[in-house]
Design a protein around this ligand. Sequence first.
Ligand code: G1P
Length: 275
Amino acid sequence: MIKKCLFPAAGYGTRFLPATKATPKEMLPILTKPLIQYGVEEAVEAGIMTMAIVSGRGKRAIEDHFDISYELEHQIKGGSKEVLLDEIRSLINQCTFSYTRQVEMKGLGHAILTGETLIGNEPFAVVLADDLCYHKEQGVLSQMREVFERYQCSVVAIEEIPLEHTHKYGVIAGKLVDGTDNTYRVTDMVEKPDPKDAPSNLVIIGRYILTPDIFDILRETKPGKGGEIQITDALLEQAKQGKVIAFKFKGKRFDCGGVDGFVEATNWFYEKIEE
Ligand code: G1P
């Protein structure tokens, strides 16, 4: 059973400055909903109700978002705008949110290790909120959860991209399993390789299910690409034991960590609403 979802949310969001000077990048909205709320909704759809958020300085707005604002509730009660709060109210009612702070920015692996105190000794999901995923029938985490239930090891969501973009992602090599065309047993993983060194064009997107032994591995993981502790390097240790599955998910994914992907997502969701 996956009960908890970790959200690394301590990063500075420098690609969105000055917007992110005093506003967490996770709170930037696609239409009227902040990015992190889409991630929480995806977790809830997968049956995960406990959110563990690794935050940092300047991220208070995330905590306030997942809490009741009494003044606001009072102000709009009985009016036509009240319905706009339905979705967030329902999340607050169904979920618990806990927080811990990453004091130093030492990479995604370090952020995940910081979350150990909120996760404990159980498998858990990880959502990077700036990867916004959508599938009409079944969200990506829910798809991955089924893969986890079958293989009982760490699962990463992957996507096929043009080879020239490998330097932006963790890249895997693997072998298709059980006659599927979308599920690989991972044999190698490299963080942000040049195209010429990339083991394939299958890249990891911001969705993971991790088994808790990852924490011990992360404690031993030396800084890698960019001098940061990389989750990709820690996962490679599990992969060497045959314990990482890569899953080509169904659906769309927008890289909202940059302006282009953010605008693309905005336009796409807007058109979807119009339909
Ligand atoms: C992180 C991971 C990378 C992964 C990516 C997905 O990189 O280190 O392996 O492919 O997320 O979004 P970041 O985008 O934080 O630089």
